[in-house]
Design a protein around this ligand. Structure first.
Ligand code: PLP
Length: 402
């Protein structure tokens, strides 16, 4: 829907809102202690994979209640690595959601497999687990669910299907550190999970991520593939008394995390539950302030017992009632109110590579397309104040003429 004139004139804006600093939709929260740890790391003389990575991995194991938490360069690297470690090969099919960041699909293609998509639920934006079985073929080797914004996918029926058809499960838990499914932490059960520590995620190492699993074979494969196909970690190789000789058993990647990154991660992880509490409180407040607006729809909560990690607060715009499209809403907020928003995400099957390579087209996944046309992530970060949030709500009131 196109508007003939802007919703708000610049004069109206300047009368109602003083020019204020730009509010990013996500903002990192880095303590002085964290900065000191990075400085200490730099001064220590050991800046790549070493003692701080080891310490961070131990803390992740404790936090995630998982015997193995393997640090990696990014969640994208982790998804690729995990698929390779699971033995996904050219000719295989991997089932995933039609509403995700494109990295979920790209890594399936990088592993040589075909991404087979299933549509999502319009309320939670998560994969509709009841649609998975119809997508399974003799070529299917794995299912890759995505916990959107940290809302867990319904894992019990998903794992039951995986068991029935002998499929691996790789949970894209990029947003889901701290999330719980029926009282259990994401990462503490199931097959393999990948978490992201990108600055827009719940906690950050700049770039980085981790893989959790309870399967020792997967751990072994990941450790080999992660670092050039070499059978040991580099810091062991150069440790006192260690031999300089090694063997290369596969043509591996270079997906290791640095100690500089782990310096951030150690302190971010210690603050994570506080961050999540702050996010959860702010989401509750957004719900109170925006709950009954017909111009928007707020995200639905999964119906089973869970803890949401609230990496994002993504609403959908109802263009019929709002008199603005999602794109117009985003640009007015930015241009007239100096407020940033995020778009998570465009429907990945409609990118030209996916259309041309796999024949996907408009109409294939109606719910994903419906959401992708309307969704917008409102500002949400742990240090957001009530005044910051009121500013966002005030701007939205003006845009929607409420
Ligand atoms: C951010 C994100 C990724 C990629 O994470 P990186 O650490 O940036 O590689 C993968 N999947 C989903 C669902 C994401 O949101």
């Amino acid at each position: 829907m196109k508007l003939s004139s802007p919703v708000i004139t610049p004069q109206e804006v300047s009368m109602s809102e003083k020019p204020e600093e730009f509010m990013q939709f996500a903002r990192v929260n880095i303590s002085d202690e964290t900065i000191q740890e990075v400085v200490d790391c730099l001064k220590s003389g050991w800046i790549t994979t070493g003692p701080r990575v080891k310490k961070f991995e131990e803390r992740l194991q404790t936090y995630l209640e998982c015997p193995h938490a393997l640090s990696i360069a990014s969640a994208t690297a982790g998804l690729h690595l995990a698929l390779v470690a699971m033995g996904i090969k050219p000719g295989d099919e991997v089932i995933t959601t039609s509403f995700t960041f494109v990295a979920t699909l790209n890594t399936i293609v990088q592993a040589g497999a075909k991404p087979v998509l299933v549509d999502v639920d319009r309320g939670t934006y998560n994969m509709d687990v009841s649609k998975i079985e119809a997508a399974i073929t003799p070529k299917t080797k794995a299912i890759v669910p995505v916990h959107y914004a940290g809302a867990p996918v319904d894992l019990d029926p998903l794992y039951a299907l995986a068991k029935k058809y002998n499929l691996r499960v790789l949970e894209d838990a990029a947003h889901a550190i701290g999330a719980e499914y029926k009282g259990k932490k994401i990462g503490s059960f199931g097959d393999v999970q990948v978490f992201s520590f990108h600055p827009n995620k719940n906690m950050t190492t700049g770039e980085g991520g981790c893989i959790t699993t309870r399967d020792p074979d997967i751990v072994k494969q990941i450790n080999i593939w992660k670092f050039h196909g070499i059978d040991r970690e580099s810091w062991n190789r150069f440790a006192k008394g260690g031999s300089q000789l090694y063997d290369v058993v596969v043509p591996g990647f270079k997906f290791n995390m640095m100690d500089i990154q782990a310096s951030l991660g150690i302190h971010q992880l210690a603050s994570l539950d506080n961050f999540t509490e702050a996010r959860t409180r702010l989401v509750g407040r957004y719900r109170e302030l925006l709950g009954d607006w017909e111009q928007i729809t707020l995200p639905a909560s999964p119906e089973f017992d869970h803890r949401h990690a609230w990496d994002l607060f993504a609403i959908t715009i109802n263009p019929e009632k709002a008199e603005v499209t999602r794109d117009e809403f985003m640009s007015i907020l930015k241009d007239d109110f100096n407020i940033g928003t995020g778009l998570h995400w465009q429907a990945p099957h409609l990118f030209s590579y996916y259309k041309e390579t796999f024949g996907y087209k408009e109409g294939d996944f109606p719910n994903a397309e419906y959401i992708a046309d309307r969704i917008v992530s409102l500002p949400l970060f742990p240090q957001m104040t009530d005044a910051d949030q009121d500013r966002v709500v005030r701007a939205m009131k003006q845009i929607f003429k409420r």
